[in-house]
Structure formats: C-alpha cells, structure tokens
Design a protein around this ligand. Structure first.
Ligand SMILES: Cc1cc2nc3c(=O)[nH]c(=O)nc-3n(C[C@H](O)[C@H](O)[C@H](O)COP(=O)(O)O)c2cc1C
Length: 452
C-alpha cells in the first residue's frame, strides 16, 4: 500500500482577508494584488514549483465598507482559475461557488469547462453562502434558512453530478472515416425533478481526464458536516490546537465510514498561517509584529460582526458583558461560528472587548517557529491524525517564500511530501479515484438489462 502523504494547498487573499485589514501595507504586495492576474500567476507558480496539490480561491458576493480589503475588490473565482489554468501545468485549481445563488446547469457547465481547460485540475468548494446580505443581490428579501440552504445543496450536488455524467466516456466517436460524431446511445438526459430544482439535461460538455471536478466542502454545522461526509472528496476547515484538529478529523471520517464510505477517500485540510524564523524565538517575534501590523483592535471590532450578519458591535459598551442578543442576527448567516463565539463568551463571562480580543487570536497559528520546528509540528499533526494536509495561507510574500524554500524541503526529506508530481490531475494528486459514470451504467442496465 502506498505511504500516506501530506497534501498542501495555497490560500491567497492578496491585499488581505479577515484579520488582515492592513496587510496591503506590506511593500512586497502590489496594492491591486487581489485583481492583478500577474500577481496571482506569480504566487501560484511558486506553489507549483514547490509541488503543491492545489490553490484555493475563497469567495463571497456581499460586501460592506468594513469588509477586508481583499473582499472589497477581487476577481471572480472561475474567471481567475481559467486564467491560472493556462499559466500552470500541474497544480489543482479550486474555487468557491455557492449553491444558493447559481443555477446548477450553468455552474455544472462552467466547472466542467475549467476541468477541460486545465486538463483535469478543477475543484469546487461547495458553500451555501454565509454572508446573508447576498440575498439582496439576487432579488430575495432574505437569505435561505439553514434547512433550505443545505436541502438545496444536497439536491444541487445530485443534479450537478448527474449532469457531469451526461456523456459516457466513449460517447463522442468523432470518426472521420465512418462519419460518426456521436454514439447517440451514450448520451443521457437527466430528467431531474426535485424539491428545489427541475433540470432536463443533458449537459453539453464531455468529462475531463479526472472524470469530473473534485468536490470540497467547508460547512461546520451538523448539516454542513453531514453534507461533507456524504458528498465531498475533501474538507476545508480551521483548527487552533491539535486536539481540535483530531476531534474534527475523527468526526468527519467517522461520519463518512457510517455512510459506507472509505474514510481515506475523504481528505481533511485545515488552513493555517505559517510563520518561519531562524529560531523559534525569532519566529514568535516576527509573528507578533506581523499580527500587530495586520489589524488594529478598532478594525477587528468593525469586522467582528461578519458572522453575525454584519451586525455592528460598535454600538455596545466594550466593557459590558457580551451582548448575547446579537446572536439573533446570525440566524441565516455564519450561525455555527457566531454561536460558538457567543457560547464561549457566556461560559467565561466575557465582555465584548475580551471576546473581540479572543477572536483576533483565532488567526494565531500553531505553526510558528524555525523551519525544523514547523516541520516537526506538521509531522506530528499529520501522524496523529489531526489532518491529511494543510491549506497554507500565503499571507506576507516573504513568509510564503520561506515556507516553500525552507519547510517544504524538510517535509520532502522526511518522505512526508512529494519531491515531484506523479500525476497531472487534482484527483491524482489527492489519491482519489476517478468517479465511475454510474448513471450511464444504470441507464444502460435499464435499456439492455445487463451491465457491461
Ligand atoms: C475553511 C473554510 C473556508 C470557507 N470558505 C468560504 C467561502 O469562501 N465562501 C463562503 O461563502 N463561505 C465559506 N465558508 C463558510 C461555510 O462554507 C459555510 O457557509 C458557513 O460556515 C456557514 O455554514 P455552517 O454553519 O454550516 O458552517 C468557509 C468555511 C471554512 C471553515
């Protein structure tokens, strides 16, 4: 059996995502990085040179003036990834796209196009949209409630995967000698009629060298975890400690096993900022300095309302007990996160100021140290099943360079990470099988009474 290997992803939020309001002041980051294709190409090529599995593009479609700089002005994921596809050769290309504000036919088509353009490197981070304000950009008064959001997501996945299996792999004959372009018996309509969607099909695009895009999922509620365990190939998450990572890992793998899946077919990828110094002490001081620069308390307070539907916490007394009534504003937003923040504040009797301070530390990383200490820590989290891989938040460019040039070689020397690509597809990198075109097999069974 092949040795289990660490996976590495790159997350890049150019001029600064959550907790990084002043990131753009770093002179190494172009002030327009989040809309600058040359900058994206450069950093993604760095990740590809270090043999990373994938680049992950986060997204949302609702902003306020207090949104992080990257969110205020950024490229749409599939457009960006299509450009990156032709500027790279191996790295996986994963984009966040919401099931709440896209039609499944259109999204299936666009993702399948990226998968062909990149020759089998596309991935889809399936989200239901945490930013409730997105509803107003799509003609709705309110965002869908959780039951509807996740109900739609489950059905959406069924539709999209069904559409991706419209053509059997040898359906397009394209034989000039016989004049046959298509074997019509191998093209299948979907005829889906469900609670949320009605889609006839077929989809007008063939499958890619990896069969179909890899499915990622990042919801943390019970519904989100069930969706991930049921349909995802890989899970994005956060963890502050190895114990938290292990608990999430065991929960998701356990859910997958209970559903009859091979737990190894579900890849768990928490995201971290990583700070490298010449010594552990120097790394700690670099990390402290960078985090002080990245966001002031006032900026953190302004951004604090995001999981609570962008509720404005500046209206409260900072030194009074945390205003628990604010949780109501999170109902159709990032409720799981907002509830965890509120529950902790209640349990510890925290003030608003203390709660905001604690949240600022959410971005504190367990991976701060010399290259050797970081490699040790990553090895421990990996071997002790807190993760299958890491989404490395690129952050300050000098730090990402240090990770790729100092830490990755150590991981390679320990046999934990590849020294070269062995595959050309994202499924290949992640060790995932090509999904069988089962719907076509079923259709064939119905037509002929026998399976091939
Ligand atoms: C690592 C990670 C990355 C995420 N990326 C996005 C994203 O790019 N866009 C988005 O709308 N939601 C994103 N989410 C949010 C979730 O997918 C989900 O919508 C949100 O957490 C609320 O649902 P939940 O209560 O089930 O977690 C992310 C969550 C995590 C943990």
């Amino acid at each position: 059996m092949a040795k289990r290997q660490l996976k590495l992803g790159l997350v890049t939020m150019g001029v600064g995502g959550p907790g990084q309001t002043n990131r753009w002041l770093d002179p190494e980051i172009p002030v327009d990085a989040s809309v600058n294709i040359d900058w994206y190409i450069d950093i993604v090529r760095q990740a590809e040179a270090a043999k990373f599995d994938l680049v992950f593009i986060v997204d949302s479609q609702f902003i306020t003036a207090d949104s992080p700089p990257h969110y205020l002005n950024r490229l749409e994921p599939l457009t960006l990834l299509s450009a990156l596809a032709v500027a790279t050769t191996h790295i996986g290309l994963v984009g966040t796209l919401t099931t709440s504000y896209n039609a499944p036919f259109n999204l299936a088509r666009r993702l399948a196009s990226l998968d062909l353009i990149s020759k089998g490197r596309a991935g889809w981070n399936v989200v239901t949209s945490g930013d409730a304000g997105t509803a107003g950009n799509y003609g709705l008064d309110e965002h869908y409630d959780y039951a509807t959001r996740y109900g739609r997501a489950f059905e959406y996945l069924e539709v999209v995967r069904g559409l991706w299996r419209s053509y059997e792999d040898d359906a397009l004959v394209r034989d000039r000698a016989t004049g046959v372009f298509l074997d019509k018996s191998k093209l299948h309509a979907l005829h889906h009629k469900g609670e949320h969607f009605s889609v006839v099909g077929p989809l007008n695009i063939q499958r890619s060298p990896q069969g179909e895009p890899v499915i990622f999922q990042a919801g943390d509620s019970d519904q989100g975890r069930t969706l991930g365990a049921t349909v995802a190939d890989a899970i994005f998450t956060h963890a502050r400690t190895i114990e938290q990572g292990q608990a999430f890992y065991a929960d998701l793998k356990g859910r997958a096993a209970a559903l009859g899946r091979d737990p190894d077919s579900l890849v768990i990828l928490p995201g971290f900022t990583i700070t490298v110094g010449d010594t552990d002490a120097e790394a700690q001081s670099i990390d402290r300095a960078l985090r002080r620069i990245d966001q002031s308390f006032e900026q953190a307070l302004a951004e604090f309302g995001r999981p609570f539907g962008w509720h404005d916490f500046r209206r409260y007394d900072l030194d009074a007990l945390f205003p628990v009534e604010a949780l109501e504003h999170a109902r159709s937003s990032f409720y799981t996160q907002a509830k965890a923040i509120t529950d902790r504040a209640i349990a510890l009797g925290l003030t608003l100021r203390e709660t905001v301070e604690y949240q600022r530390d959410v971005y504190a990383s367990p991976f701060v140290g010399s290259a050797a200490s970081i490699a040790d820590a990553i090895e421990r989290w990996f071997e002790e099943r807190a993760l299958d891989g890491i989404n490395v938040h690129a952050g300050h460019p000098s730090q990402f360079r240090r990770f790729t040039q100092e830490v990755v070689p150590l991981l390679q020397a320990r046999g934990l990470f590849r020294t070269d690509y062995e595959h050309t597809t994202l499924r290949g990198h992640l060790g995932l099988p090509i999904p069988t075109n089962r719907r076509s097999e079923v259709a064939r069974f119905v037509c002929t009474g026998s399976r091939r």
